[in-house]
Design a protein. Structure first.
Length: 342
């Protein structure tokens, strides 16, 4: 079961109360004990966190609830992971700490940093690693809000990324996002995260080698060092390659430098096949885009690697028993966006 530390909702009770809501009621409905909030040694499921964030935004009529809560948090909620990061030699090294050890905070999430074409900009991606996760735009915005505070801790209180990417439609006004992130915001994107100049990653931090290595030694004793199942990493590759029509067995086997038959055998040992895995990724992506965004069906078909929209329609009927348009209408009715306070 994927869990997250109690510090992930630090400030939740105070914010809900300020907005006129009852935090204890919301937490208990989500299956979270109020006493666990703010405690690093307490856990609750990541799905429960997703649920309480969405219900809190609706109950308080605050579409920017996740951003507000993110502004109240910082690197301290990460506990030893945050200590290891802030005692690193450079920002780039701190981000590698997050990539390597964030599972000690929650195995349900991850971050990844990669240079973009040209090498002058890097993309910092926030990832939710759950399969079949419910709608969670508030949790995405909370996480990017916390990430912004972490960057500002390392690079200065007025620091801003170049661009922020959000995988959903705006929850509040575009002006509010500009005020919050102080940079261009792009919505309905394939990934959640920031574009950051590479030169910023090379900036030095106030390193404390003794504390740094002591914390890493501790983290190595508590984190699961086993490799994730191959199907997990293949899912991430498939998601990236589908829009280009390159999510094929040959291409992905080449990424691992193994024969396609060897890849199939390894997936079989994990109880799946390559075709089933690709189909499952497409199903999750279709649900996300239809539920959380307003992208056209033509665009969605391309994102899933389909040559024709009719293939998308047939797939949706097979997966969900309805057409894409009908699904979008139904899911939007089930999960209406919270309305802003007047």
């Amino acid at each position: 079961m994927s869990v997250i530390r109690g510090t992930s909702l630090t400030g939740f009770g105070e914010l809900v109360a300020e907005l006129g809501g009852d935090p204890e009621v919301l937490l208990r409905r989500a299956g979270i004990r109020p006493a666990d909030i703010g405690r690093f040694d307490s856990f609750f499921t990541y799905r429960a966190m997703m649920h309480v964030m969405e219900t809190a935004a609706a109950a308080t009529a605050a579409p920017d609830f996740g951003l507000r809560l993110g502004a109240r948090q910082g690197i301290d909620i990460l506990g030893p992971v945050g200590v290891a990061a802030r005692t690193s030699a450079t920002v780039a090294e701190a981000l590698r700490i997050f990539e390597h050890y964030l599972a000690a905070y929650s195995p349900a999430i991850g971050v990844h940093v990669e240079p973009q074409t040209g090498g002058e900009v890097a993309f910092f991606e926030f990832q939710v690693l759950l399969v079949d996760s419910p709608a969670h735009p508030q949790t995405i915005e909370l996480s990017l809000g916390v990430a912004l505070q972490v960057f500002r801790f390392m690079l200065g209180a007025r620091y801003s990324p170049t661009v922020v990417h959000l995988p959903h439609e705006p929850l509040s006004s575009r002006e509010e996002y500009l005020r919050y992130f102080s940079c261009t915001t792009r919505f309905e994107q394939r990934r959640a995260g920031f574009e950051i100049p590479m030169r910023d990653l090379q900036r030095p931090l106030v390193q404390d080698q003794q504390a740094h290595y002591a914390v890493l030694t501790y983290l190595d004793t508590v984190i699961d060092r086993h490799d994730r199942a191959m199907r997990t990493s293949i899912r991430e590759l498939v998601r990236q390659l589908l829009p280009a029509g390159a999510a094929t067995l040959l291409v992905i086997a080449a990424q691992y430098r193994i024969h396609p038959k060897s890849l199939q055998r390894r997936l079989a040992a994990e109880g799946t096949t390559f075709a089933a895995l690709v189909d499952d990724v497409r199903r999750e992506m279709a649900q996300h885009y239809l539920r959380d965004t307003g992208v056209t069906l033509t665009h969605l078909a391309r994102e899933l690697g389909y040559a024709e929209q009719s293939v998308l329609t047939r797939s949706c009927r097979r997966w969900f028993g309805a057409s894409p348009a009908a699904l979008r209408k139904r899911w939007r009715a089930e999960h209406p966006a919270p309305q802003a306070r007047q």
